[in-house]
Design a protein around this ligand. Structure first.
Ligand code: NZQ
Ligand code: ZN
Length: 397
C-alpha cells in the first residue's frame, strides 16, 4: 500500500561542464547583494574551483567575503564565525563551494542570520526556524545530497563529547545547485567511494520500509542503486570518466531530495542515526562509517523485511532467486559487502579504524536516542538494545 505525498524541489539545478560560469548570475537572480563564499580545508583552492567561482561572481559584479576552513563533520564554532563575519561584512547570501560539510555549515550560518537566539537550539531540538537566509551551492563532491535536501548536520565541537545533530526544514533548501561533474575528478578515491556509498544509503533508507511504497518509486530506487553501484566500480579504475562522474553527481541529488521516498511511509534511517554517533565520537568519513555498519544492520533486520531484501538481492545485486528466500536475501547482503570491499570501503568498525569499548558503544547508543527517539526505523523498529547489538556486531566482525 502506498501513501499520499507532497513533493516540491525548489532548488534550481544547473548541470554540466560550464555550469559554474552561471554562479554569479544565479546569485543575482536570487537577490543576493553580497556573498559569503564558504569553503573547506583547501581542496577548492588547490584545484582552482574557487578561482573559477570568484571569476563568475566578479563578472556578475557580485562582491564577496570569504570564509574557508570547514572540516568534514562541520563544526558549530565555524558556524558562529560565519554568522559574525556575515553581520560584519553585510553578507546576505551564503555560497557554499564544496561538499556536504560546507553546504551544511552554510545552511547553519543562514539559519543563524535570521533566527533569534542560539542556532544550536535548532539542532538540540529546542526550537524551530522561522526564517533562513538564502543559500546557493557549487558542488565538488557527489555524496551527501545536501545540495537538494532539506537537511543540515552540524557537530557541536564546543562540548565534550562532541554532539553531531541534524535539523530538517524546507526553508533551508538551496536556491540553486551548480554541478560540474569535472569538479569531482580531483577527489581522492576514498572520498569518491564513500560518496557513492552515501548516495546508495540515502536511497536504501527510503527503499527498506515496512510502511508501504509505490512501485514506480521502488523501481526508481533500484535503477539508481544499480547505476551508482556500477559507476562506483568503474570509477575505481577510471576516475576521470565524465559520463560516470555525471551519473553519480545527479544520482546524489536525486537520492536525497525526497523523490526516492514519494509514496513510501517510514523510511529507515537507522544506519544514518547510528553512524552519526560514530562520526561524533571518532570523526570518521560519513560514507565509510555507513559501510562499516550497513551489512551488520542488514543481517540483523532482514527477517522482518524479507520482501524488500529479496527484491534488493535480485533487482539490485543481481543475485539469482534460489527459491529459498533466506538464502537469496543473505546472498544479496553478502554481495553488497563484496561490493564495499571492491571499492575500498570498510565492512566493519575495525576496518574503519575504530575499536569502541563497551562503554563507548553504550555512550553512542545514549547519544543516538537523545538525538533521535527511543524507537527508530521501519524495516525493523530499533530500541536501545537493538542499537547496542548492531554496534557490537560491527565492532566484533
Ligand atoms: O575540506 P576540503 O579541503 O574541501 O576537502 C574535502 C573533505 O576532506 C574533500 N573534497 C571535497 N570536494 C573535493 C575534495 N577533495 C578534492 N577534490 C574535490 N573536488 O572531501 C572531503 C569530504 O568532504 P565533505 O564535504 O565532508 O563530504 P560529504 O559531501 O560526504 O559531506 C559529509 C557531511 O555531510 C553530512 C555528513 O554527516 C557529514 O557531516 N550529511 C549531510 C546530509 C544533508 N545535509 O542532507 C545528509 C547526509 O546523510 C550526511 O549526514
Ligand atoms: Zn548520508
Amino acid at each position: 500500500m502506498s501513501y499520499g505525498f507532497e513533493f516540491c524541489l525548489p532548488t534550481k539545478v544547473v548541470f554540466g561542464r560550464d555550469a559554474h560560469e552561471k554562479t554569479g548570475a544565479l546569485v543575482k537572480e536570487c537577490g543576493g547583494t553580497k556573498v559569503l563564499l564558504h569553503y573547506g580545508s583547501g581542496s577548492v583552492v588547490r584545484n582552482g574551483v574557487l578561482d573559477l567561482v570568484k571569476a563568475s561572481l566578479d563578472a556578475a559584479g557580485v562582491p564577496y567575503a570569504e570564509l574557508g576552513g570547514v572540516v568534514p563533520n562541520p563544526h558549530l564554532s565555524k558556524v558562529y564565525e560565519g554568522i559574525d563575519l556575515c553581520r560584519k561584512e553585510g553578507c546576505d547570501f551564503i555560497l557554499a563551494v564544496g561538499g556536504g560539510s560546507v553546504i551544511d555549515s552554510s545552511k547553519a550560518i543562514a539559519y543563524g542570520l535570521r533566527c533569534e537566539g542560539d542556532v544550536w537550539d535548532l539542532f538540540d531540538h529546542k526550537g524551530t526556524a522561522a526564517d533562513c537566509a538564502p543559500v546557493g551551492v557549487v558542488l565538488t563532491i557527489a555524496a551527501s545530497g545536501s545540495e537538494t535536501s532539506n537537511s543540515c548536520v552540524i557537530t557541536n565541537d564546543l562540548v565534550e563529547p562532541h554532539l553531531k545533530r541534524w535539523y530538517d526544514s524546507e526553508i533551508a533548501r538551496a536556491r540553486f545547485a551548480v554541478m560540474n561533474p569535472e569538479f569531482t575528478m580531483t577527489l581522492p578515491a576514498y572520498q569518491t567511494a564513500a560518496g557513492c556509498a552515501d548516495i546508495m544509503m540515502h536511497t536504501m533508507e527510503r527503499y527498506f520500509t515496512n510502511g508501504g511504497s509505490l512501485e514506480i518509486t521502488d523501481a526508481l530506487c533500484e535503477a539508481l542503486l544499480r547505476t551508482v553501484k556500477d559507476a562506483a566500480l568503474k570509477l575505481v579504475g577510471d576516475p576521470d570518466d565524465y559520463e560516470t562522474r555525471a551519473a553519480v553527481m545527479w544520482a546524489g541529488s536525486l537520492s536525497h531530495d525526497g523523490l526516492m521516498g514519494c509514496g513510501c511511509v517510514g523510511g529507515d534511517g537507522v544506519c544514518h542515526n547510528l553512524e552519526h554517533e560514530v562520526g561524533a565520537l571518532f570523526g570518521v568519513t560519513h560514507g565509510a562509517g555507513l559501510c562499516a555498519l550497513w551489512c551488520h544492520w542488514a543481517r540483523y533486520v532482514h527477517s522482518e523485511c524479507m520482501y524488500k531484501f529479496k527484491r534488493f538481492a535480485v533487482n539490485v545485486m543481481g543475485v539469482a532467486d534460489t527459491g529459498d528466500d533466506e538464502r537469496t536475501v543473505l546472498a544479496g547482503i553478502d554481495a553488497m559487502e563484496e561490493f564495499f570491499r571492491a571499492i575500498g570501503m570498510p565492512t566493519n568498525l575495525r576496518e574503519l579504524g575504530v575499536e569502541p569499548t563497551e562503554e563507548e558503544i553504550r555512550q553512542m547508543t545514549r547519544m543516538c536516542v537523545a538525538s533521535n527517539a527511543p524507537e527508530i526505523g521501519s524495516a525493523k523498529v530499533f530500541r536501545e538494545e537493538d542499537m547496542v547489538k548492531v554496534y557490537q556486531m560491527a565492532a566484533e566482525a
